[in-house]
Design a protein around this ligand. Structure first.
Ligand code: NAG
Ligand code: NAG
Ligand code: NAG
Ligand code: NAG
Ligand code: NAG
Ligand code: NAG
Ligand code: NAG
Ligand code: NAG
Length: 443
């Protein structure tokens, strides 16, 4: 077993936290560059010769788990990325550089074919085995000439059938502009037929895009206060490198269902710009209101809560089914957690810190055995075009938490008892009906 034990889990304020210490994170896979399972050696050579495969241009970013497979996303920010979605086995004894298998197939990853995947930044897999893929449709986003190949879309792939057919749902260009949008991350809320809440960190028109599966409608909510990069947090210092990334809202997480005073079911959505020290929250009921976005920003802002600051910036984050949030602190080479039933300002806990192994935490996922996985990808080198193929650039770390993803959180039923407010509201309605009736009689 070539597992590298690496992190002395530094549990901050352990005295206040008599709960179990988390297991250390271990490296389960690591790569210098990403290679693939090719149909034949000649294919690989053909792709290499034509610069359709440039090993140092392939970065792993997103991660998800389904039935002993780890799904990885490979956003086509540079040229030479032959596939944008792929998987590897979740269990394997050898930690070094497993080859990635394009998913669903090589041909389903063909650039320029709008029945195929173009640019996948992140995915989510719901409890029915459906993959929700964010396909931006535009490739070469970090090159001089980004190219819009296909409309930005939600792509659904049903893993249960075994056929892995691609169902592409283009998003409307007035909501998600094909030339400027950047669909970054999503959470899936399974209620009422399924919704996705998506961060669009477009430099021109950032916001949270809501996609409702039942009628395939989508809309965007904007708030320049909580969804924009803040200039004082745009500089990242990590592993001796400094990089300026004034990137808008990015990480997103979804809390457990809860019952409101009115007996309705709601959930909290957490998000943060990449260039920010703040964590924000908004209730899902606000996002799901398909008329609020049409009003001015202030209608949205009135519902945004600033939960407080963190020591450093965060890229991806993930919540478990009990409401524990896991997130990276990039400038501190730290993985942190926060119990969302407590005050964010004083209850963030460091669960791992290591300057050699935790170099840019990108995304998290859970498996079905209580493990959490983290992708570490040295993004700062990638965006500066300084990837050294002689060093380990990408790692997947794993630790046991005993928990599962928010996707498997408990379903709560709304209570029917009308609250005093509802009673008051219906009284007002009947009163105004009465007035109308009187007006009619008097006319
Ligand atoms: C790739 O290029 C090399 C050098 O030019 C050449 O010898 C080889 O035949 C090419 N391979 C393929 C599959 O085109
Ligand atoms: C991995 O290692 C374990 C114990 O060392 C062994 O039992 C198992 O068969 C190995 N699995 C594979 C896929 O090689
Ligand atoms: C995107 O860019 C193309 C080419 O410049 C242009 O034709 C198209 O109208 C643009 N689309 C939108 C929605 O701005
Ligand atoms: C969400 O709604 C509940 C009441 O239903 C309220 O107590 C809470 O403050 C809201 N959260 C946010 C983030 O607005
Ligand atoms: C949706 O938002 C609009 C505009 O702010 C508001 O008038 C309406 O009451 C909201 N609907 C629900 C169901 O909350
Ligand atoms: C965390 O990183 C930030 C920079 O992102 C730095 O200012 C701060 O001092 C670090 N905090 C700790 C506890 O290391
Ligand atoms: C989170 O905090 C709540 C309230 O303090 C507590 O009941 C719960 O056990 C905590 N969750 C975990 C996983 O520690
Ligand atoms: C950067 O990371 C590498 C690999 O962990 C390490 O060898 C090197 O010392 C680090 N450089 C700095 C300046 O921290």
């Amino acid at each position: 077993m070539k597992l590298v034990v690496l992190l002395a889990a530094a549990v901050a304020a352990a005295a206040q936290q008599p709960t179990q210490r988390r297991e250390q994170f271990r490296v389960i896979y690591e790569w210098r560059t990403i290679d693939f399972e090719w149909d034949s050696p000649v294919d690989r050579e053909t792709y290499l010769n034509a610069s359709r495969y440039v090993p140092q241009n392939v970065l792993i970013s997103g991660i998800n788990y389904y039935e002993d497979k780890i799904f990885l996303t490979l956003p086509r920010m540079l040229d030479g990325v032959p596939a944008t979605l792929a998987n590897i086995p979740a269990q394997q004894n050898d930690t070094t550089a497993p080859k990635l298998k394009p998913f669903p197939s090589w041909s389903d990853n063909t650039i320029g074919n709008c029945d195929a995947l173009q640019f996948v930044q992140n995915i989510e897999i719901d409890s029915n085995g459906m993959i929700w893929v964010l396909d931006n449709g535009r490739v070469g986003t970090l090159t001089q000439n980004p190219s819009t190949k296909c409309p930005p879309s939600i792509v659904l792939i049903d893993l249960k059938t075994g056929e892995n057919k691609i169902d592409r749902i283009p998003l409307p260009p007035d909501t998600v502009n094909p030339n400027t949008s950047y669909l970054n991350d999503l959470v899936v809320d399974s209620r009422d037929g399924g919704y996705a809440y998506i961060t669009d960190n477009s430099a021109v028109d950032p916001g949270i895009v809501v996609f409702r599966l039942s009628d395939k409608k989508s809309w965007k909510l904007r708030d320049s206060k909580s969804m924009l990069a803040s200039p004082d947090a745009a500089l990242f210092r990590i592993n001796g490198t400094t990089v300026n990334l004034p990137v808008n809202l990015d990480g997103i997480a979804l809390g457990p269902q809860f019952l409101t005073e009115d007996g309705e079911v709601d959930r909290t959505v957490y998000y943060c710009p990449l260039a920010s020290y703040h964590l924000y929250a908004i209730n899902a009921s606000v996002l799901r209101n398909d008329s609020i976005h049409a009003r001015d920003e202030l209608a949205v802002r009135a519902n945004v809560v600033d939960l407080g600051t963190k020591p450093s910036q965060t890229d991806g984050m993930k919540m478990d089914s009990t409401g524990m949030l896991f997130f990276g602190l990039i400038g501190n080479s730290t993985i942190a957690e926060w119990n969302s039933t407590t005050d964010f300002r004083v209850n963030q806990r460091t669960i791992a810190r290591d300057t050699n192994y935790i170099q840019w935490i990108d995304r998290f996922t859970f498996d079905n055995r209580g493990n959490i996985y983290v992708v570490v990808n040295r993004l700062y080198n990638f965006v500066k075009n300084q990837v050294s193929v002689d060093e380990v650039n990408y790692r997947i770390l794993r630790s046991y938490t005993g928990m599962k993803s928010y996707i498997y959180g408990e379903d709560i039923k709304p209570t029917q008892t009308p609250s005093p407010q509802n009673v008051a509201a219906s009284k007002t309605i009947s009163a105004s009906l009465l007035v109308l009736a009187l007006a009619y009689l008097l006319a």
